[in-house]
Write a protein that binds this ligand. Structure first.
Ligand code: C5P
Length: 245
């Protein structure tokens, strides 16, 4: 395995969206040896809990804990402290929670780090607009005027000003975010669909190659791998496409 492959595979975040640890473990066996990031979201975390996350870390995986915290600052601070103690590499909050809430997440992480020198500082990122949100939904349902792009850039700038490491957004917005916030600001982009795969509930989708060319730091892929007949082949194909981009 060469360095470029390792580096690119490390930018693929596989969403372990499963109802229990056994099913997630089956995918891990399937993908064994591919040095990708693993994402634990609400479905798996609420079923398998912190033990599953610790187990992933013991096995050497990079872990993104995707719990999208959105609560009053004090509660998010406590949540971030507990999450950081799990030793995860990345976690997130909703930018819509505002500046004080985002800063509280950083304070919670710092508190955990100060109490345990063996912990590594996690990347703390914020969700801008969910990739399932389309223009009509943003304007008519949620009541935010303007384009999805405007809302995303506004959230990205707010996130950066609060001192976080980056944002979750659609890959379609990654280039604009980099222009607004600079290249050092991380963009994690779900809503990735290799050509010919089912779009599902995602609205703002791009292929893996388009996402990398567009400036995504990391791409998040769930169903195109987890629901594939051959998940390992699907993951290898995605990494190949990322490398070619
Ligand atoms: O199956 P699919 O590839 O659509 O999975 C995308 C993953 O990324 C899911 O785990 C979803 O929760 C997550 N996600 C998202 N949009 C965001 C943030 C996270 O789709 N804005």
């Amino acid at each position: 395995m060469n360095e470029r492959y390792r580096e690119m595979a490390g930018r693929l975040i596989v969403a372990l969206d499963y109802p229990d640890a056994d099913q997630a473990a089956a995918l891990l066996r399937e993908l064994e040896g591919i040095p990708c990031y693993m994402k634990v979201g609400m479905q798996l975390y609420y079923a398998a809990g912190p033990d599953f996350v610790r187990d992933l870390k013991t096995r050497g995986y990079k872990v993104f804990l995707d719990l999208k915290m959105h609560d009053i600052p004090n509660t998010v601070k406590g949540g971030a402290e507990s999450i950081t103690r799990l030793g995860v590499d990345m976690f997130n909050v909703h930018a819509a929670g505002g500046t004080d809430m985002m800063k509280a997440a950083l304070e919670g992480a710092d508190k955990a780090l100060a109490s345990d020198g063996s912990l590594k500082k996690p990347l703390v990122i914020a969700v801008t607009q969910l990739t399932s949100t389309g223009q009509d939904m943003l304007n008519d349902e949620i009541g935010i005027p303007g384009t999805v792009r405007d809302a995303v850039i506004r959230y990205a700038e707010l996130t950066q000003a609060a001192g976080l490491d980056g944002v979750v957004a659609s890959a379609q917005e990654a280039g604009d975010i980099a222009r607004a916030c600079g290249a050092g600001f991380i963009t994690v982009t779900p809503g990735i669909r290799p050509a010919g795969s089912d779009q599902g509930d995602q609205k703002r989708v791009l292929t893996p190659g388009e996402a990398i060319r567009g400036g995504s730091s990391y791409i998040v892929v769930g169903r195109p791998i987890t629901a594939a007949e051959k998940p390992r082949t699907a993951a290898e194909q995605i990494i190949k496409e990322m490398l070619e981009a």
